[in-house]
Design a protein around this ligand. Sequence first.
Ligand code: GLT
Ligand code: MN
Ligand code: MN
Length: 388
Amino acid sequence: MADYTPKPEHKFTFGLWTVGNPGRDPFGEPVRQRPQPHELVHLLGEVGAYGVNFHDNDLVPIDANPTERDQILKDFRQALDATGLVVPMATTNLFADPIFKDGAFTSNDVRVRAFALQKTMQAIDLGVSLGARTYVFWGGREGTEIDASKNPVDAIKRYREAINFLTAYVIDQGYDLKFALEPKPNEPRSDIYLPTVGSLLAFITTLDHPEMVGVNPEVAHEHMAGLNFLHAVAQAWEAGKLFHIDLNDQKFARYDQDFRFGAEMIKQAFYLVKFLEDVGYTGMRHFDAHAYRTEDLEGVKDFARGCMRTYLILKDKAARFNADTEIQQLLAEINADDGSFSFLNDGFSPQAAQRLREASFDRPGLGARGLAYERLDQLTVEILLGVR
Ligand code: GLT
Ligand code: MN
Ligand code: MN
């Protein structure tokens, strides 16, 4: 029987805002009390997490005075010491305060843009002081309801100026910190700029310090847009830009449900875990999700344990898939290569082009052959259903 106990080497992390989510939604009041940050660290220690992440204001409320701030930080550090949890990632809340109602970095108002930069510099200082090496940017308010209000080209330029300013700030401070930009297509804005992983990968190439900036894809956010999350993650990985990942679950085409990892689309979750494990992703496995609104604090622990346990079960299933001789036989047949086109391996040359011109193909035969994907998929499903 495999061991599904979370261990530090699994790099399972949670945000303060995830296990601290009080269950408020647009139609209903909170159903749980929000524990103090240091209490949440103890809760995460109890369930076996490796690390804790936070927005500046998850930890220090926006209106806290210096005495309150010092006390909160003291309690938080003590809880980290007591539990052994680390802080791998931090981020800025650039969405909750009314000042950000029409955007932060992309606001039309230069005072709002400047405040967003100032707040982020301070939040970076806070995160780094607690050990963060990755800094996430989720531009929840960077969008529009009416496109008469903002020039979308200006918005992208402002976003770029902000990220350029902040990478230069990090270099100037001598911090060891990378940025991970997180896309989302909509919610809370009607439309959010840079809505998908692909948009961000293109945007990053236009920055002053692209080497410092990658992406933080979230399952739910690509699923909201009806996209294949595995493909987005694979593209980010192949580009060397998978700096962080937000794991959760979600039905397609809904609001941002942020369900427990593996709660809905078990097959997609399986392929994702298999991918991360197969390629040797060494970053954090961050669960950006929260317990159902039906839950009390015990339910929150069930939620957190469930995220990690499901990940580890799927990791075990991925190992079974890789060790399954029938599946591997099918994959070998699908990928068989008799070497007859090895002259294409080095790309274009006039000689290769000439040989290709002369090549003949059994077009009807290649089109008619069966690929046995029905069998391959059924074998995969049987692994997931536990009969293989
Ligand atoms: C917010 C959002 C998440 C982001 C967090 C980081 S905040 O909960 O829905 O997807 O990752 O800002
Ligand atoms: Mn997220
Ligand atoms: Mn989300």
